[in-house]
Design a protein around this ligand. Structure first.
Ligand code: ZN
Length: 391
């Protein structure tokens, strides 16, 4: 029996199936020709479907979609802004349930940005690379985090042409500080089909309202690299929590955001308004414990990545752990955590008919999780990669 249900009809049988919005007990996901045919009760599996029975207690869910992944498997996109670099990063996250991602370039030179955009134009659609996320360089100099301050800049007219290359690079995203770009800049990106998120920013509620009017739809790593919410100064956090049109990324590693803040964000926005992201660095999926990030040494200790002055340098986090942390550390209902890891980021990218949910016609990107939410297997377009031994 084939373990890779690429063409003929297969039925993946699991004790629980989460279809992107709700759970089904004792169900089967039907897969053929790289796509999902549907979710049916185990008793209604067509007789011609080849069964693949998952281990007892397994949960089958849509594959995770990570909107912010700087690296993995020892590779950092800023050091390898090539199609091979992007694909290697995407592949390194597969064993953690990620079936689609935006490799992310933090603030760098325009030359490197141009290389990354060209790379994304080639790599998109391969190995789960969905697009490129450019985080910077048009961010607030007061909120750089580990971004190199000397490379943070204001956009020039030629930058529009540079960034418009993203329109041919899958479903790509630019993170910028709305208060640091001229009026109309966000509109010129979004009207070309490029997603724009606010981040590394001190945007006011008015700044955010103008940016949303120009098509801004996202907020990058909510709570991090932005001022806190205050009663009379709601700022970017308040604007995000109050605006249902905005989808916010959230780093749920137990370090970047307090679990209570995670729970508060879910209470305010619901799972349809939050996307779990990893902000992952090269240490994820590798033995690497230290690496150079734009000239600074980042060291991994007790799950925390920091530079010399203690500033967080990205996260040592994978998507399965983010889901587990949301559920166990923050007490978010599992279905909400799974939705924030799949359907919500798919919606953000405009891919909800193809990805993020187990609906008929969608690409067969799936993850099987154990009762303790460890990854058992990941399928990309119906092709399985087992994390451990096959059942
Ligand atoms: Zn950042």
């Amino acid at each position: 029996m084939s373990r890779n249900p690429q063409s003929s009809l297969h039925a993946l049988l699991a004790d629980r199936v989460f279809d992107g919005e709700r759970f089904h007990e004792g169900a089967a996901v039907l897969v053929a020709d790289r796509r999902i045919r549907g979710v049916v009760p185990v008793g209604e599996v067509p007789p011609d479907a080849a069964p693949v029975r998952l281990p007892a207690g397994a949960l089958l869910a849509p594959g995770f979609i990570d909107l912010q992944v700087n690296g993995g498997g020892g590779v950092l996109l800023n050091d390898a802004p090539t199609p091979e670099g992007m694909r290697a990063i995407a592949r390194s996250h597969r064993r953690f349930g990620t079936t689609g991602c935006l490799p992310t370039l933090i603030t760098d030179t325009r030359t490197t940005i141009a290389r990354a955009i060209a790379a994304a134009q080639t790599a998109c659609g391969r190995d789960g690379v969905l697009g490129l996320h450019l985080e910077g360089p048009f961010i607030n100099p007061a909120r750089t985090g580990v971004h190199r301050p000397d490379l943070v800049t204001r956009p020039e007219e030629a930058d529009i042409d540079l960034l418009h290359g993203l329109a041919a690079a899958g479903h790509s995203l630019v993170t910028l500080a709305p208060e640091c770009v001229p009026a109309g800049f966000v509109r010129r990106l979004t009207s070309a089909g490029i997603r724009v998120a606010a981040g590394h920013s001190e945007a006011t509620v008015a700044d955010m309202a103008h940016a949303v009017a120009e098509g801004l739809t996202g907020v990058t790593h909510l709570f991090n690299a932005m001022p806190p919410l205050a009663g009379r100064a709601p700022g970017i956090v308040g604007a995000t929590l109050a605006e249902p049109r905005l989808i916010a990324g959230l780093i749920v590693d137990g370090i970047h955001v307090d679990p209570v803040s995670v729970r508060a964000a879910f209470a305010a926005k619901g799972a349809a308004g939050l996307a779990l992201v990893t902000d992952a660095m090269p240490t994820v999926g590798s033995e690497v414990t230290s690496f150079a990030l734009m000239g600074r040494r980042v060291t991994l200790a007790q799950g925390r990545l920091t530079v010399e002055d203690g500033t967080l340098g990205g996260a040592h986090l994978d998507m399965a752990s983010a889901v587990r942390n949301a559920a166990t550390l923050a007490g978010v209902p599992l279905g909400d955590a799974l939705r924030a890891a799949s359907l919500t980021p798919a919606c953000f990218l405009g891919l909800e008919h193809e990805r993020g949910a187990l609906r008929a016609g969608a690409i067969a990107d799936l993850v099987a999780l154990s009762p303790s939410l460890e990854v058992i297997a990941t399928w990309i377009a119906g092709v399985a990669e087992w994390a451990g031994r096959e059942p």
